[in-house]
Design a protein around this ligand. Sequence first.
Ligand SMILES: Cc1ncc(COP(=O)(O)O)c(C=O)c1O
Length: 379
Amino acid sequence: MRSKLPHHGTTIFTVMSKMAQEFDAINLSQGFPDFDCPPRLRELVAQHLNDRKNQYPPMAGIAPLREAIAEKVSRLYGFEADPETEITVTSGATEALFDAIQASVGAGDEVIVFDPAYDSYDPAIRLAGATPVHIALTVPDYEIDFDALSAAITPRTRMIVINSPHNPCGSVLSRKDLDALAALIRSYDILVLSDEVYEHMVFDNQAHSSVLSHEELRNKSFAVFSFGKTYHATGWKLAYCVAPAALTAEFRKVHQFVTFTSVSFVQYAIADFMRECPQHADELPAFYQAKRDTFNRLITDSRFRFTPSAGTYFQLVDYSAISEVDDVTFVNELTQKHGVAAIPVSAFYESKPATRVIRFCFCKDDTTLEAAAKILCTL
Ligand SMILES: Cc1ncc(COP(=O)(O)O)c(C=O)c1O
């Protein structure tokens, strides 16, 4: 059979988690917590399951959840999104990203993505029949090079994908960056797909700059968020997209034929929890900043070099003082010989450059981080 994605294998996250399991390694590769979601949220999930919320919810998501999302967006980003026409609940941010791309681009269109890039963007663009155009973020700060972006825009450019806070780099876009992006695309017919799944993980007293708080950009953007990240429950695969009504109408045409709708009882539980415990999200930056600081302190005497992440629950480290092998070989050895799994950063580049940089995930219990760091400090 002819492959529609001939250059894509199994995602690196699956590969490394499987290797971690096989070699009984501490898994700092794939981004998922090894601690529990809030107990009250678990109670609410059980309650709504026992209430037999078992049948298809509405295609766009249950109304109470869309209303709770609208309240949150208003509180945090000062934007009054209409839950009827501008908010859609999806089965994970992965689905929302896929739907937004399928709804917007096709053969002959170009979509700009910044490398290193989360690995679902490129295949989703290709499956839509469009062409991904990869531009590198600057090194070592992993910022957008606006001159390179400007040079990459052609009459075929239909969409630009941004991701802040950024996986895998941990860099964040500022309001100034959003202003520069808005100015650059002002005279073009270009949409923005803004992946903001780590919105609540921004550190050192910075605020998250959402496209939703940027009037010009939000009128041409799909903004994507994930409950999996916010509630330490990546396996529930529940997320949402906020976009202007005209974009949402097209988005929903795709969503209804990809999954149609998303898990019922979890939607009810999260709607209740968002109303009961809005402080959960407010407390996340400090919670994850403490995890980042713990992990970085534990590896400070190692030979890994790093700049503390500005956001997300990932920390990039340079291992060139330890080894000269390429990053894929390095993480394989790290996992198989030393018992700590990580992600090679070259996996996030189309060009697969010779980086000496790997990504650790620090959304783990302190005991896990301590055990991993003890090993990392011996290298
Ligand atoms: C940048 C980014 N976007 C999207 C996703 C997918 O989120 P979800 O698990 O809600 O599909 C992830 C998950 O790791 C991610 O890191």
